[in-house]
Each structure stands twice: as structure tokens, then as C-alpha cells.
Ligand binder design. Structure first.
Ligand SMILES: Cc1cc2nc3c(=O)[nH]c(=O)nc-3n(C[C@H](O)[C@H](O)[C@H](O)COP(=O)(O)OP(=O)(O)OC[C@H]3O[C@@H](n4cnc5c(N)ncnc54)[C@H](O)[C@@H]3O)c2cc1C
Length: 447
């Protein structure tokens, strides 16, 4: 532990579970465990409401929101999202998908949400369930105690006070800050993926009409893809996900100018933004594809982005974060209540944590591949493969929906189509290797 500055006020507390971070993962875990009677302390370094990127939820989020008791609150701030639209410059048409066509017909829609509002609903819910929620308090150090007896966590309040918390269990939900993984040197860059994003909110963007007004649109372009996410208050979140080599072409341009020039490379998106104005600062983030070499250790778990993040293309981040919190709450409860079953509970947690990244990454790594793009733009439902694909897009990975066999068939079609077009396959493989290579992007994301 570091020595305290001479002027700092010290405070001590104890709890059963200390949660680092009040995003979707941390607030969900804190609410669930507090509801079950555990003394939970959640420390969040910022104050809600605060901006966060990642506004598009999946249908599989809705049952989780229901279980947390916040479904109505989210409905009140959400824009209904019934499906997704894909737009490709290499095809003469748009392709729309509706979640209602997935295998499980009971999850036909989701919401687009302003994350400042959504995350605030979740953290206030944790407080209402009797978790001790402290905002403006950054966790700075953790020491695990010998003999599996818990941890001592040191946190810095913004009034200068340093609090030492003794906890039986620590849940790291610090998002892409990856607080624990950094300290444990457990975080690794994803060797199979490498992209960066630039994004902003616009007002006055042209929306689809009727039921499709809230659908997410994805636009492929030469250097990656764009998202277009309509929000309930009239704003639209627009972002580009691109490869490091393209980002490097920005050089010293202001980020906002580079973003507008990039949008201009995608005509159908540019047309929808013809009368739109920027309604937020333009922001960027790079190097966001990583994983940790473990999901847990003695007396700690890693939740949501604190464990892994791959890519935003299928809007899966919030679902995986909340799902990890549900699985994590069960595992922690077993560890605290019945330590003899801890190993089995943690093993179960570990395998749940790997489901989402495994299923989504297969599609993420191939989504800019021409063969997969063709399959998305011309979907066929032989052997229910389209329904299974929609179930994945809905995030329906954790229940009993029988997606396994149709997904295997889908992948079989993909490999067969790749073999039938060896030239295209080889050049796509080469392009991908070129795209994900690391380039020196130092300073590329600085405004
Ligand atoms: C460009 C981009 C677009 C995305 N689009 C989508 C999308 O459309 N849909 C979707 O579902 N997902 C999307 N995501 C992913 C999504 O934003 C994340 O997966 C999700 O927010 C993860 O939730 P979390 O609770 O794990 O982490 P976070 O939401 O990041 O929350 C972590 C919290 O921990 C706090 N914190 C960090 N360190 C400390 C500390 N030391 N002490 C105290 N507090 C701390 C932070 O302030 C933060 O509030 C996107 C991601 C990116 C990069």
C-alpha cells in the first residue's frame, strides 16, 4: 500500500462484496447481491449521469432488465428497436432483419438508449436495493489477503479522503479501464482483431419511418463500417469503426474534421446526415480489442469489459456486461455462503463468461469479409440458418434456444462459399491481415 499524503483524511469500512465501477456490469451485480442480503459497496469514479458510448441494446437484455425491476424505467427513456438494417456499397439493395424472425419469437425488440440515462437507472436501482453506492470515488489499490480471506481495497474520494475497505470478495466492473487485469498483468491485446472508433451525436438526421424508425443501421465502407443509432429524444448516435492504418491517415487534422471527411466516404450515410448538425463533441477510442487470461481468481471476479471487449458491431457489450453480472452474482453468493462449492461455482461462471465472446467473435472477425457480407445481404433460411443468425443478433445465447446445429450449418455454408471462390477468399484473408496489423497510431486519437 502507498503511504497517505500528509493532509489526507483516512476512513475505513468493511463489506461482503466490493464492486469496482458503476456501469451496467457493476450496478447489476451490486443490485443483485444487495437484494440477496449481502453488504455491498459500489465505488464509481465519476458521477451519474455521465456520457458513455454504446447505446444499442439487444432483445436478450430485456428479460434481465425485467429481473432487475427496471424494465419500465428503461422503456420510458428508450427508442424501440425492432431490427437492424445493413447497407453495403457492393450490393444494390439494403437488407433489413427483424428480431421477430429469430428462433425464439418471445424477444422481438430491444431499445436504443442514451447511456447516461440508462446507466443512471441501473446505479440508482443498486442504491435502492441497499447497496452502498459511492460516486466520485476511484479505486486505486487492491491487496488480496492470505488464506483466501478477502481483500483490502484503497479508494480515493474526490474530497481528498482515502477510504480503506475490507471486503470478502471483489468484483471488478471497471470497464475498459481493466483495473484489476492491469495490476495482475492479465490483459492481452487481441491478436485476431484491431480496430478503433470515432463517434458523436447528431441532431436532425433522417430517420426511417414507422416501426423501423428506431432500428440500427450499419453501413459498410472501404475502411470499415458505420453505425447509425436513433435515440428517443431525436438525437442520433453515429460512429465509424475502422482499421488502424486508416486512422493513421488523419495525421494532425482535428478529429471532427476527420470524422466528417470519413462520413463523406459513405454516400448513403452522408445523405441521411445531409441536414444534420453535430450535437456533441466528436470522440475517439482505439486499441479496444483485448481479453484477459482469466475470468476470476481467489476472491475476485472480472465482469463485462473488465474481462474482455472485442468490437461493437453486434451491439453486444451491454448484454455481455449484464449477463456477466448475473452469472457473477450467483458465483459470489455460492463462494460466500458455501465455500466448499466455490470451485464448481467459479468454473460455471468461467464457462458462462466465455459463451458470448466465443459466439460473437466468429462473426466479428468475418463481418468485413465479402463472403459473410454476401450471406448477410442475401439471407436464406435453409435449415433455419437465418433464424439462428437472428437469434445470435438478438443475443439469445444463454437460454435453451436450439441455435447450435443451424449455426454450424451456417458456418458450413460460409466455408463452402469460401472454397468455391478461392481468389476472393485469399485476397480477403490478405486484406484482413493487412487491416489488423499494428501501425504507429501515436496521437491519432488526440483531439
Ligand atoms: C465505440 C464503441 C461502441 C459501442 N457500442 C455499443 C452498443 O451499441 N451496444 C452495446 O451493447 N455495447 C456497445 N459498446 C460496448 C459497451 O459500451 C460496453 O461493453 C459496456 O459499457 C460494458 O459495461 P461495463 O459495465 O463492463 O463497463 P462500463 O460501462 O465502461 O463501466 C465501467 C465503469 O467503471 C468506472 N470505473 C473505471 N475504473 C474505475 C475505478 N478505478 N474506480 C471506480 N470506478 C471505476 C467507470 O467510470 C465506468 O462508469 C460499444 C463500445 C465501443 C468502444
Amino acid at each position: 500500500m502507498n503511504a497517505l499524503p500528509a493532509t489526507a483524511v483516512a476512513r475505513a469500512s468493511d463489506c461482503d462484496v466490493l464492486v469496482i465501477g458503476g456501469g451496467p456490469a457493476g450496478s447489476t451485480a451490486a443490485a443483485l447481491l444487495a437484494e440477496r442480503g449481502y453488504r455491498v459497496t459500489l465505488l464509481e469514479k465519476t458521477h451519474h449521469p455521465r456520457f458513455h458510448i454504446g447505446e444499442s441494446l439487444l432483445p436478450a437484455n430485456l428479460p434481465l432488465l425485467d429481473k432487475l425491476g427496471v424494465a419500465d424505467a428503461v422503456k420510458a427513456i428508450g427508442m424501440e428497436k425492432w431490427g437492424a438494417e445493413f447497407v453495403s456499397p457492393w450490393h444494390g439493395h439494403k437488407q433489413s432483419f427483424e428480431f421477430a424472425e429469430a428462433m425464439d419469437k418471445s424477444m422481438p425488440m430491444a431499445y436504443q438508449v442514451r447511456r447516461s440515462e440508462f446507466d443512471e437507472i441501473l446505479i440508482r436501482n443498486a442504491g435502492r436495493k441497499n447497496a452502498r453506492v459511492v460516486e466520485g470515488c476511484q479505486v486505486q489499490d487492491v491487496s488480496f489477503l492470505p488464506g483466501n480471506t478477502g481483500a483490502t481495497v484503497k479508494a480515493h474520494h474526490e474530497d481528498g479522503c482515502i477510504e480503506t475497505v475490507r471486503a470478502r470478495f471483489v468484483m471488478d466492473a471497471s470497464g475498459r479501464d481493466t483495473f484489476l487485469a492491469n495490476r495482475l498483468k492479465a490483459k492481452h491485446r487481441n491478436p485476431r482483431h484491431n480496430s478503433a472508433a470515432i463517434y458523436a451525436h447528431f441532431s436532425g438526421a433522417r430517420r426511417n419511418t414507422g416501426k423501423a424508425a428506431g432500428n440500427i443501421s450499419l453501413y459498410w465502407f472501404e475502411h470499415g463500417w458505420f453505425w447509425f443509432i436513433p435515440l428517443a429524444d431525436g438525437a442520433t448516435s453515429v460512429g465509424v469503426v475502422t482499421w488502424p492504418y486508416y486512422l493513421k491517415t488523419r495525421r494532425h487534422k482535428p478529429l471532427a474534421q476527420f470524422f466528417q471527411e470519413t462520413i463523406a466516404l459513405c454516400k448513403p450515410l452522408q445523405q441521411r446526415l445531409e441536414h444534420a448538425r453535430l450535437a456533441s463533441p466528436v470522440e475517439g477510442t482505439a486499441n479496444f480489442s483485448y481479453a484477459c487470461d482469466r475470468t476470476h481468481g481467489d476472491n475476485y471476479l472480472l465482469l463485462g469489459d473488465a474481462y474482455t471487449f472485442i468490437d461493437p458491431v453486434f451491439s453486444s457489450g451491454v448484454l455481455l456486461a449484464m449477463q456477466s453480472a448475473f452469472a457473477g452474482a450467483d458465483a459470489v453468493e455460492t463462494c460466500l455462503r458455501n465455500p466448499r462449492q466455490a470451485a464448481a461455482a467459479l468454473k460455471q461462471f468461467d464457462s458462462t463468461m466465455r459463451v458470448g465472446p466465443r459466439e460473437f467473435s466468429w462473426f466479428i472477425y468475418r463481418v468485413t469479409n465479402p463472403t459473410l457480407r454476401n450471406m448477410f445481404m442475401n439471407p436464406r433460411d435453409y435449415f433455419r440458418v437465418k433464424q439462428a443468425l437472428l437469434s445470435v443478433l438478438a443475443g439469445d445465447l444463454y437460454g435453451k434456444t436450439p441455435i447450435r446445429v443451424p449455426l454450424l450449418i451456417f458456418k458450413g455454408f460460409y466455408f463452402a462459399a469460401s472454397l468455391l471462390h478461392p481468389g476472393r477468399t485469399l485476397s480477403a484473408w490478405r486484406a484482413r491481415r493487412h487491416n489488423i496489423r499494428d501501425v504507429d497510431e501515436t496521437g491519432a486519437m488526440v483531439n
